[in-house]
Structure formats: C-alpha cells, structure tokens
Design a protein around this ligand. Sequence first.
Ligand code: GEK
Length: 245
Amino acid sequence: MTLANIYDDIYANPRNHVDSFKFDEEVVQVFTDMIARSVPGYMLTLPLIGLLGGKYAQPNSRIYDLGCSLGAVSLSIQPQVSAPNCTIMAVDNSSAMIEKCREIIKNEPGQTPIELIEEDIRTVPIENASVVILNFTLQFIAPAQRDALIQIIYDGLRPGGALILSEKVVFEDVGQNGRFTDIHHDFKRANGYSDLEISQKRTSIENVLISESVPQHQTRLAHAGFSSAEVWFQALNFMSILALK
Ligand code: GEK
C-alpha cells in the first residue's frame, strides 16, 4: 500500500491559540503517520478489517467505507473481496483527503472498483450494502445525530450484512477511564510525541472528537435492529465492534 508517510509534527511548537482540529491539507500530509502513532492497534486492525470485509461482502452489492480518509480501509478490503460485481464506495467530506486518496488509489487497481465520493456521511444514500465500515469516523459526528446515521446504515444493509464500527471509547468506571487515558498518552510518548504535542492535540480535538462507551454503542446498534454487536478488537480506549443485520 502506498500511503504518504510524512512525520507528524503539527503540534510540536507552542501555540498561543490552539484551533479546533480540521482534516485540512496540513493534516492530510501527515495523516498516515499521525493515526499510526496515535491510535493503538490501527495498523494491526487494517488487514483484519480487510478479512471481515471480504467475508461479509455479498455478490452484486456495495461496500461503504464511511470517512475513508486516504483509503486505507478500502485498500485493505479490495483484495479480499471474492464476491463478484461489488463496488467499494469510499466517502469523505474533506476535499483535501479525497484529493490525496484519489492519487493513492489510482496506483492500486483491483478487481473490485473503488468509487470516491466527496460528501457528508450523514447525507450520502446507503443502498444495497453488504458491508459498511465506520473506522474512527462516528466519533466526529455530533452525538445527537448518531442514532439517525446508524439507522440509515442499518436500513441500507442487506440481511446478513455487517457494520464494522471502530471508535475511541470512554469507560463508565472513572478509575479505568483515567488509567487507560494515561496509558494511551504513554503510548503516544513512546511513539515520539512530546507532552506539549499531546496536550495541544488534546485541546484541538476536545470538542471535535466525542467518545461514548462500548455499552452506549451497543445499545444504539441494538435499537437500530442489529441482531448482534460484538467487540472483536480492543487496545486500551480504542475498540472495534462487528454488528450483524
Ligand atoms: C482510516 N477511516 O484510515 N462526513 C464525511 N466524512 C467525515 C465526516 C462527515 N460528516 N466527519 C469526519 N469525516 C479512516 C480514518 S479519520 C479518523 C478516519 C481520525 C472524515 C474526516 O474528514 C476524516 O477523513 C475521517 O472522517 C476520520 O481507517 O482521524 O481519527
């Protein structure tokens, strides 16, 4: 996979004012490095999501990668799809992401085409889907709008279809929440981020990335109609659920 891999030092220097985080060109340039050094398990889960995507893809259906960023999930799933006549719909509302993603995927032709869509995932129609992936994307949608989005996804899935939902989570137990947050910061330090970078990034993302607990996610998925919603991966306060229709 040929993803851009420029070292993330966006928050390395002290700032008088830290703006809210945006998926702009500056972030796009360093995105692969940023997510790999910030999200425990990200690189490990990509090939596993590829396997899950391939397993649940049904013939003549669509696979949606919602909040596709640079296409890492789409590119992991693409070689695993053996079901005929599938299309991967990769959606993101950041024009900078979509532009860079287009450059990356053009070098990776595969049997299952990847269609890039620059649109808000809250309005993109989900139709004839066998697999939908929200890999660290729902956390950027306002909590009040999450039920509606999950319902649209459920309604657009075929029977037997799968949603893979990966999120940063909080824990109801205050002690656990504090411990796992601290260890996550240790993980970032071990990956080369300074205390200043960790704290400025935290400020920038505070009101942009809103985490919920695993039971909150599972309750929403059950209300939408999913027959199961199991955590298949967790590393500290990052996890992924496989929900089946
Ligand atoms: C990966 N899945 O590499 N509509 C469309 N896109 C959105 C919206 C929205 N309303 N809100 C945010 N995004 C990827 C990683 S990153 C996660 C996903 C992270 C997009 C946003 O532009 C960004 O590209 C992506 O969701 C979130 O597996 O940076 O922590």
